[in-house]
Design a binder for this molecule. Structure first.
Ligand code: TXA
Ligand code: MG
Length: 340
């Protein structure tokens, strides 16, 4: 790490200690962080995002953090998953330690914890922990976007979304394009003690089958007793331009152009833009036909197309395949914000 970057990280960690916000990169998406043990600081996250204050946020910790400082009744499953996937794009929901403020847990008895692999995130978390009297530092951070909007995968996304905070001196640590591009997988282990096994609250880069292999059983899908997760609201992750999924059959039938109102333009995203005929009212965009690359590109792509003034964004439906589960989840939610 270069000296000026180290200086910037020290400045950011110092601001966290003083109860201010800091935006930082992770391998999934950029986060908007505050000292997890300072309820006033965490309240600033909700205020900046315009997010309802009963939604819990994830606590980010450094690789050498003491998990028992943050969580209690830690089940064996947690240790197994941590060994397999940390540092990395996996958040675990555990029973919270009593000093964790209600603003972090959304008033629930659980806490979400994640150890990111991004070197800048780790450097920030280590530096912050060093500055805390207890030697333990956790950074509460949701994705650094306004509530319900597309998550940021570049520092410039954060800067454009929070101009007021940046003008007031909020650091936005530079970390390049987020490697993974979609939010972490969330697994709830908080009810293991009550005989409820692992529950997959949000699919992500770490897949349900990988988790199943480690645990020896497939994680369940949430029931009505599972803890709330805002990323699991039906309409979420949406661009401003109405977004709609279209099947390959619908595209092949060539009917889409008849639906474009006169004088309007639709952006249509397909796996093979080069094969598409020139069509009045439609601009074709090509998206990757490989799920990991697709996830990496998705949010930056949506933000870019969102600014081009199309009346609608149409996206070719994804294969109904386990490998596509996480991006499928995000696209379904984005489309749900705009009923057809
Ligand atoms: O990849 C990520 O997870 C990114 C980066 C910044 O780490 N963060 C992120 O945060 O996506 P956010 O707040 O946008 O989504 C976190 C999700 C929300 O759906 C929240 O409800 C859920 O985690 N969550 C956090 N703590 C929870 C808890 N105690 N119980 C249930 N869900 C929880
Ligand atoms: Mg989010």
């Amino acid at each position: 790490m270069q000296a000026d970057q180290e200086q910037e990280i020290l400045r950011a960690a110092t601001r966290l200690v003083h109860g201010e916000l800091v935006a930082f990169p992770t391998e999934t998406v950029y986060g908007l962080g505050a000292d997890a043990e300072n309820p006033q600081a965490v309240a600033k996250i909700y205020q900046a995002k315009g997010r309802p204050s009963n939604h819990p946020v994830i606590v980010h910790v450094a690789p050498d953090a003491d998990l028992s400082y943050w969580a209690t009744d830690i089940p064996e499953e947690a240790h197994q998953l941590i060994k397999a996937f940390w540092p990395g794009p996996l958040t675990l929901i555990l029973q919270r330690a009593s000093h964790i403020p209600d603003t972090v847990s959304g008033g629930q008895s659980s806490v979400g914890i994640r150890c990111p692999s991004h070197p800048v995130a780790q450097a920030l978390l280590r530096q912050f922990a060093r500055l805390k009297p207890s030697g333990q530092g956790g950074v509460a951070a949701p994705s650094a976007n306004k509530f319900g909007q597309v998550s940021p995968t570049l520092a410039e996304h954060v800067i454009s979304e929070f101009p007021e905070e940046v003008a007031k001196g909020m650091p936005v640590l530079e970390g390049g394009a987020a490697n993974i591009g979609i939010e972490s997988t969330i697994v709830d282990l908080s009810r293991i003690g009550q005989g409820v096994g692992a529950v997959l609250l949000r699919p992500g880069h770490v897949s349900a089958s990988q988790i199943g292999q480690v645990l020896g059983y497939a994680p369940k899908l949430p029931d009505s007793h599972a803890p709330r997760a805002s990323g699991t609201l039906k309409a979420h992750y949406a661009p401003r331009t109405p977004l709609m999924l279209v099947s390959a059959q619908e595209l092949a039938a060539g009917k889409l152009q008849h639906r474009v109102p006169a004088g309007k333009k639709w952006a249509v995203c397909v796996f093979d833009a080069g094969q598409q005929p020139h069509t009045e009212g439609i601009d074709w965009f090509e998206v990757s036909n490989e799920p990991v690359q697709y996830a990496h590109d998705l949010y930056a792509f949506l933000r870019r197309v969102d600014q081009l003034g199309y009346q609608r964004i149409c996206i070719q439906s994804l294969p109904e395949d386990q490998r596509w589960e996480a991006v499928n989840d995000r696209l379904q939610r984005a489309a749900a914000a705009f009923p057809r």
